[in-house]
Write a protein that binds this ligand. Structure first.
Ligand code: SF4
Length: 214
């Protein structure tokens, strides 16, 4: 790829850098998945089911992974055929199917958590303040992509009704009203089990405070 193909300004350089990272991630994900006789998509579904610690409906899996319903259904059927997941009627709706991990699926999912270690190792070489700034920047980018409907929404602090954003997190931390904890930028969660979505006005207010914080 020629230098500057995404432009010579900072936006183009950052976009180029992120795309190079995505190439490395795709390559590492495939390497792991092939070793486990899966596809990266199947591996991602296993890890998602493990993170959620309970059954998920096909529609939820499709939404969280940004896959089509047909691709999700095919991937889950393949995983079922391999004995890694099982489908049962959802407890709260007998017409819907819920997918959950089998014991073998849980073991495979635990291994699947390890392929991003190469990235964690590289991030770990950054100073603490660099990691904090990177995470803050990633959260802002993810939130922006969510607003543009180009990324699935996350159960993240920035859109949670319990989040109290600080105007100056370096001096006074953010706060979670339900867990009664103080949080620095790097403590903010991307997938919180006690998340509750805030109304639009509250989300806008939190976002404004977070985005403008110094
Ligand atoms: S409940 Fe979870 S997502 Fe919501 S503010 Fe607290 S830690 Fe963040």
């Amino acid at each position: 790829m020629s230098e500057g193909v995404y432009g010579e300004q900072a936006t183009g350089r950052v976009t180029h850098g992120l795309l190079r990272l995505s190439t490395a991630m795709r390559s590492q994900a495939w390497e792991w998945a092939e070793g486990a006789k899966l596809t990266p998509t199947q591996g991602e579904i296993l890890v998602l089911l493990m993170q959620r610690k309970g059954p998920m409906r096909l529609g939820e899996i499709a939404r969280e992974t940004a896959l089509t319903a047909a691709t999700t259904s095919d991937a889950v059927s393949t995983l079922e055929g391999k004995g890694l997941v099982e489908k049962r009627r959802a407890i709260d709706d007998g017409r819907a199917l819920a997918v959950r991990l089998t014991a073998r699926g849980r073991t495979a999912a635990k291994r699947g958590l390890q392929w991003p270690n190469f990235l964690a190792k590289a991030v770990g070489t950054l100073r603490d303040d660099e990691q904090a700034m990177l995470y803050r920047t990633l959260l802002k980018t993810i939130r922006q992509l969510e607003a543009q409907e180009q990324m699935p929404t996350h159960r993240m602090c920035l859109s949670c009704m319990h989040f109290e954003a600080s105007k100056s997190p370096k001096k006074a931390p953010h706060h979670c009203a339900i867990l009664q904890i103080s949080m620095t930028d790097t403590d903010l969660r991307l997938d919180c089990s006690v998340y509750e979505e805030a109304d639009v006005a509250t989300q806008k207010k939190s976002w404004k405070v977070f985005a403008q914080a110094t």
